[in-house]
Design a protein around this ligand. Sequence first.
Ligand SMILES: [Zn+2]
Length: 140
Amino acid sequence: MMETREFNAASFNKFLSEKKLMASQCKKCHAMYLPPRPLCTHCYSSEMEWVGLKGQGTLTAYTVIAVGPTFMVEEGYDRKNHYCSGIVQLEEGPKISARITGVDSKKPETIKIGTPLEVDFLEKGEGENKKTFLAFRKRS
Ligand SMILES: [Zn+2]
């Protein structure tokens, strides 16, 4: 069945809550966008379709963050408990920034560019407030 949801962040997040990593792909030139875009920046076509990604990728850049935004501080991350944020190059081509899990943020020197990663869906909150965040964890 064809997905007909709008190509925006709300749809992308809805897919995340269904544990799906979805990109938009231009029907004309096949450029892929993650997060999804409604308009192709290569050929200016607005004919997009949803494509599901396998969620396999590699780490191409990262930072270990000691002083994060409020919602991360609320999760218990601070100057003593760092977390890792990175850019993931997906097998299908696009890159996306996400939380990186399964790495030792206390020892950033052990985190390597090129580390194989797979998609992880982090669920926070309960009931109506439940939100799903995109993360990638180290593939073992
Ligand atoms: Zn295009």
